[in-house]
Design a protein around this ligand. Structure first.
Ligand SMILES: NC(=O)c1ccc[n+]([C@@H]2O[C@H](COP(=O)([O-])OP(=O)(O)OC[C@H]3O[C@@H](n4cnc5c(N)ncnc54)[C@H](O)[C@@H]3O)[C@@H](O)[C@H]2O)c1
Length: 247
């Protein structure tokens, strides 16, 4: 359990792609603070189980369908009663060599890694603007800076999210809506353990970082809590790196 932020009691939080990984840690962290939490994902079994565990509301939705995303958010917001915090978390880190990024593959990557953040933010703005209050957090990545091989579309999307963060923060600041990005390093999630994290890969990572410990989804959730809290009331348009000192 992280420190207590009493202001989250009763606040309404919506998270995309949160049935597993870092998103699931966001659900747990905000629910533990007394917030009302709703989230979407394509993974119904994991989503329903997580929702039951934390008293959150799960919505099955594929974010690559913009109309479905907007409709799902609309339903979720009316059930929640308001929207104070949006976390644009969904992503797919599938890898392709750059020369395999034909128009269809490129578009499919941006459709999950970039487009939903704009559409969800647009829907959130409509609700937040009249109340002159809101927080939007966009999950970018240190890979936006490091640009590892075979991730050109993901890297481009994550870099674009930092630009989008700054643009929305500038335009929506007058409505007291704060927009910030979080750029994690290598976070040890179920998917990373299953697909990408090898002992050799982890040893190499540890040689490159300052702090010799794994980054957990909960570490990232603690940063999100702070950025969404009233303690961060004057922080907007920024990108926060949490990578144990890799970059
Ligand atoms: N794990 C890391 O090391 C790491 C590092 C840097 C940045 N990030 C970023 O943090 C965020 C969370 O990462 P993660 O590692 O927890 O991801 P993850 O792949 O473990 O989880 C992503 C979730 O999104 C869901 N999802 C995927 N496609 C979807 C779609 N089309 N519609 C709806 N839901 C969909 C998946 O079912 C899954 O539950 C992402 O934006 C990621 O790019 C992660």
């Amino acid at each position: 359990m992280s420190r207590r932020y009493p202001e989250f009691e009763g606040r309404c939080v919506f998270i995309t792609g949160a049935a597993s990984g870092i998103g699931a840690a966001f659900v747990a962290a905000f629910a533990a603070q007394g917030a009302r939490v709703a989230f979407l994902d394509t993974n119904r079994d994991a989503g329903e189980a997580l929702a039951r565990q934390y008293g959150a509301r799960f919505h099955e939705c594929d974010v690559t369908e913009p109309a479905a995303l907007a409709a799902t958010m609309g339903r979720a917001i009316s059930e929640l009663g308001a929207l104070d915090v949006l976390i644009n978390n969904v992503a797919n880190d599938q890898r392709h060599p750059a020369d395999a990024l034909d128009p269809q593959t490129w578009r499919a990557s941006l459709a999950v890694n970039l487009d939903p953040a704009m559409e969800a933010s647009r829907v959130a703005y409509e609700v937040m603007r009249p109340l002159r209050n809101g927080v939007i957090l966009n999950l970018s990545s240190i890979n936006a800076h490091l640009a590892p091989a075979n991730m050109a579309a993901y890297v481009a999307a994550k870099a674009a999210l930092i630009g989008l963060t700054k643009a929305l923060a500038r335009e929506w600041g007058a409505a007291n809506i704060r927009v910030n990005a979080i750029s994690p390093g290598w976070v040890v999630t179920e998917r990373q353990l299953e697909l990408w994290l090898t002992p050799e890969g982890e040893a190499e990572w540890m040689r490159q970082v300052a702090l010799q410990r794994r980054i957990s989804p909960e570490d990232v959730a603690k940063l999100a809590l702070f950025l969404a809290s009233d303690d961060a009331a004057l922080i907007t348009g920024q990108n926060f790196i949490i990578d144990g000192g890799r970059t």
